[in-house]
Ligand binder design. Structure first.
Ligand code: FDA
Length: 310
């Protein structure tokens, strides 16, 4: 792991740095490159603009590790309202949520009850709930939440991280449940015993997992396979792996982040692939933004440049 990435990921956990950064206007300006605004309405307006380009969305309100049951209830209520707003506007947008935003650190049963409420509302509205994957210490609990939600309703999927050494086994165990899987590389700081430190190993692991998702058993189980990456070489390899199995571009679904590789998003759509854009909103953006900087330390230059923009 590069030094810059380590420093940025360590910084993402600092409450002091968060307080400093969120006060600075130039940082807020730099953040706007990756998020259209702090309100649900900003995200819905962005989803509408994306839809005009053939790009449906996934919305996520930034937040993690809430410290009280009341906060977790408020997150649940916010998302219940978001499903209603999406339906009312006939927007093309799913929802993605972090377990620790629903109170996983506080009480697992109550967290699960909140998630089930979201899955039920999504079901009523013909929508879908994605469960984000956070640090490795949360993987078992997150997969358990996914299994419980999936046992009740079909409209649920979970993120799996290719950098974790355990993920091939987790994927094999998850496939028979038919839950959706959004495969990503992984965004947190993890020790080498837990996650591959080298990018080449992560990329190799991603492709192998993608092939498992394209194989007959996953397809027969009804798994909705999503590849969450901006890595063009990797997405080309995934499409080639799909073609070798007689699958077409429309059988591949890619999810990318708002503001990253916008041209590639449009190019994939033109090729016939299914693409969704994950739009983040909310005021708790600091740790999330630091992870975006860590993914591409050159982004730090944008922060510096925004210091000099008026
Ligand atoms: P990689 O990092 O190799 O980047 C490939 C290329 O994409 C770069 O060369 C650059 O051009 C561009 N790029 C990537 N990141 C960029 C950035 N921040 N700014 C500018 N350009 C950038 N992680 C996690 O641990 N849990 C989760 O739940 C999720 N959820 C999630 C959903 C979706 C839809 C996506 C796309 C990603 C996630 N992630 C995630 C984040 C993921 O783990 C990973 O950190 C990023 O997607 C970056 O990895 P790439 O696959 O894009 O490859």
């Amino acid at each position: 792991m590069g030094i810059m990435r380590t420093v940025l990921l360590a910084g993402s956990q600092s409450p002091w740095l968060r307080r400093q950064a969120t006060r600075r206007r130039f940082v807020r300006r730099a953040v706007s490159r990756f998020m259209p605004g702090e309100q649900l309405g900003d995200a819905l307006a962005a989803a509408e603009r994306l839809r005009a380009q053939g790009l449906p969305a996934v919305l996520t309100r930034l937040g993690e590790n809430v410290a009280s049951e009341a906060e977790a209830d408020a997150v649940r209520d916010h998302y219940l309202g978001a499903f209603d707003a999406i339906a009312a506007q006939s927007a093309e947008a799913e929802i993605s949520v972090k377990p620790t935003q629903l109170g996983l650190d506080l009480d697992r049963e109550r967290c699960c009850a909140r998630l089930l409420a979201l899955v039920e509302r999504a079901h009523q509205r013909g929508n879908f709930v994605w469960i984000d994957m956070e640090q490795s210490g949360y993987v078992d609990a997150t997969l358990e939440l996914t299994r419980r939600a999936r046992a009740v309703r079909a409209n649920v999927g979970v993120c799996l991280q290719a950098y974790l050494r355990r993920t091939p086994a987790d994927l094999q165990a998850l496939i028979p449940s038919g839950a959706g899987v959004r495969l990503v590389k992984g965004a947190y700081m993890e020790p080498a015993e837990v996650a591959f430190p080298a990018k080449a190993d992560v990329d190799r692991a991603f492709l192998a997992l993608a092939e498992t998702l394209l194989d007959a058993p996953a397809r027969a189980a009804g798994v909705r396979a999503v590849f969450g990456t901006h890595d063009r070489a990797l997405s080309a390899s995934i499409r080639a792996a799909a073609a070798r199995r007689g699958l077409g571009p429309a059988d591949c679904e890619f999810h990318m982040l708002f503001g990253i590789q916008a041209r590639e998003q449009e190019r994939l759509v033109a090729e016939g692939a299914r693409v969704r854009v994950l739009v983040s909103y909310g005021d708790y953006w600091f740790p999330w933004y630091m992870r975006r900087l860590a993914e591409r330390p050159a982004n730090v230059l944008f922060v510096v440049r925004s210091l000099f923009r008026r």
